[in-house]
Design a protein around this ligand. Structure first.
Ligand SMILES: O=C(O)/C=C(\CC(=O)C(=O)O)C(=O)O
Length: 307
């Protein structure tokens, strides 16, 4: 039972308890390269400037899911409900015995010593979020300054934005001096054709910039016609498959996959994470593509010293 002093956002959907055991057997050493921890709020309070208040989702629960699904490692991405207070994410990395790396949110005021502490804890990237419902605006010159500082540590920049905003953000993104990792394929509108102007622009963004990678994650967030990953469904979110599969097949060495557990801000349903894993072979149909997506690429980015 939760003892959080926080009241969840009305209508909040809690993460799925008792997920199925995936039928798809993950390659040994697979990395869940996009997931979060929330609090627990009593230990790691949510940020005053947050746009939503989630249910708690602790490191212990995350690691139990990792083991249940068959992942070896996690990349814990700072969620906006914790603002630039990275303590919950750092605590998860430190408790993971080297099996978790982190992506932080930092402000311009962070000191070099604090950045170094994050590095020692396992942080290897910063996240710049441009989704307006999630964060207040941060000036681009501040973000560029942060990017230049973290480049010196060998970190990358994770960017999260809506597809309609890519044209306006293009110049900023293409000026970033690091590897750039796009969350959830830049959130395409999957009711549009995969070869239509919107997604073609995203593919061009990746094709013309070899430092740009993409997470082919979050079908449950992008899908419009489903079916949902519930009740044993083995062919969930069919409308997202052509988009993700195109990215995996065109850029096999620059893609990552993650559960996005505990799935913040879903409105419609909460997926069974076991069935989400069963989505992977639909978008990465061969063992070679699967190994690159789940092992080789995330290891190169987050644990390069082991590759
Ligand atoms: O978990 C995600 O990747 C997506 C989110 C939440 C988020 O980014 C955050 O809170 O930081 C969303 O679309 O609401």
């Amino acid at each position: 039972m939760s003892t959080t002093p926080f009241e969840k956002t009305p209508g909040w959907l809690d993460w799925y308890a008792g997920p199925a055991k995936p039928r798809f057997v993950l390659p040994p050493g697979s990395v869940d390269a996009h997931c979060h921890v929330f609090g627990p709020g009593a230990e790691f309070p949510y940020a005053p400037e947050r746009k939503y208040t989630p249910c708690d989702a602790s490191k212990r629960q995350l690691f139990a899911l990792r083991d249940h699904l068959g992942f070896a490692r996690n990349v814990v991405v700072q969620a906006t409900c914790h603002g630039a207070d990275n303590r919950a994410m750092v605590d998860a990395c430190l408790a993971s015995a080297g099996r978790a790396r982190g992506v932080a949110t930092v402000r311009r005021s962070i000191t070099d010593a604090e950045l170094q502490q994050l590095h020692t804890a396992g942080v290897r990237g910063v996240r710049f979020n441009f989704v307006k419902r999630l964060v207040d605006f941060t000036p681009k010159d501040e973000l560029m300054e942060i990017a230049a500082r973290v480049a010196e540590l060998g970190w990358h920049v994770v960017i999260y934005f809506e597809a309609v905003d890519l044209p306006e953000l293009w110049d900023f993104f293409t000026a970033l001096p690091t590897t750039v990792v796009v969350d959830h394929m830049g959130r395409p509108n999957v009711t549009q054709p995969v070869d239509g102007p919107e997604f073609s622009l995203f593919l061009r963004f990746m094709a013309e910039h070899e430092n740009v990678w993409s997470k082919v994650s979050c079908p449950e967030r992008l899908s419009v016609s489903g079916p949902r990953a519930l009740n044993g469904e083995q062919a969930a979110y069919r409308d997202v498959v052509p988009f993700a599969r195109t990215v995996v097949e065109r850029f096999p060495d620059r893609v990552l996959w993650g559960t996005d557990w505990p799935h913040p801000n879903l409105k419609d349903h909460m997926p069974d994470d076991g069935l989400l894993v069963d989505f992977i072979p639909h978008i990465a149909p061969t063992p070679e593509l699967q190994r690159k997506l789940l092992v080789d690429n995330p290891m190169r980015l987050y644990w390069p010293e082991e590759t």
